[in-house]
Design a protein around this ligand. Structure first.
Ligand SMILES: O=C(O)CCC(=O)C(=O)O
Ligand SMILES: [Fe+2]
Length: 230
């Protein structure tokens, strides 16, 4: 997925819809380096990121773990670099925020449950590339070659005028848009290969398609598509 400048994802957990209950574990693989200095990085990292003009700025993954206010444990100096405390306006709920800086090859895995609230901070420059996967313990929800092939006719019949690659892209876009803030499409989801050439076009189509789906009661069809990729 390509997260262009301005992309972000509000705080959510990954199994946050009825039809996403088969998501048990989430994994995000970061595909490119940021182009700002990584304060935690070693000399090699610093050289690598400052040379990387194709990178991005912003786009941290931030987990918010609810915490007991009275439980103000001292943190190690290592932790202080990436964790901060925040509270709701009324001070009722407080969180320990754990910030993860994407970097090429970094893999982050976590349960898809409500205990693992997270967000993606806005990408303020460039494009951030990720590969996101969900894993299930439910045998019947697992993706197989068969289940992919069974879905293919439906995908084709709904995307007649598009070439193969774009066709898959069309189907992938709304799948990715369902989490976050409940349906508004804030991110131009694409495959890295297509990112630059299709950006404008894709944004428009994704928006249209999601609107169509939510307005015209085709939600069921879309849900059917959404379930298997867990
Ligand atoms: O890209 C990331 O760092 C996380 C993405 C995410 O939270 C999601 O796709 O649900
Ligand atoms: Fe997520």
């Amino acid at each position: 997925m390509a997260w262009h400048t301005g992309s972000f994802l509000k705080t959510h957990f990954d199994a946050n819809r009825d039809y996403l209950q088969d998501r048990h574990y989430s994994a995000v693989l970061y595909l490119n380096d940021p182009n700002d200095d990584d304060p935690d990085g070693d000399e090699f990292d610093k050289e690598r990121t400052s040379r990387n003009r194709n990178g991005f700025q912003g786009g941290d993954l931030v987990f918010s773990f609810p915490r007991n206010k009275s439980n103000d444990d001292e943190e190690s100096s290592q932790q202080q670099k990436t964790t901060t405390q925040s509270c709701s306006p009324s001070n009722v709920v407080c969180f320990t925020d754990v910030r993860i800086r994407p970097k090429a090859g970094r893999l982050v895995c976590f349960p898809s449950t409500e205990r693992y609230l997270h967000r993606v901070d806005e990408v303020t420059y460039g494009t951030r590339y990720t590969l996101t996967l969900w894993f299930t313990r439910n045998q019947t929800a697992m993706e197989t070659l068969d289940s992919l092939q069974q879905r293919l006719p439906w995908v084709i019949s709904n995307t007649t005028s598009l070439d193969d690659e774009t066709m898959w892209l069309e189907r992938i876009l709304p799948v990715s848009s369902q989490h976050g803030d409940g349906g508004t499409m804030e991110q131009p989801w694409e495959t890295p290969k297509q990112a630059e050439q299709l950006f404008q076009e894709t944004m428009v189509r994704a928006q249209l398609q999601w609107d169509d789906v939510t307005k015209s009661g085709h939600r069921h069809k879309l849900n059917h598509w959404m379930q298997p990729p867990m």
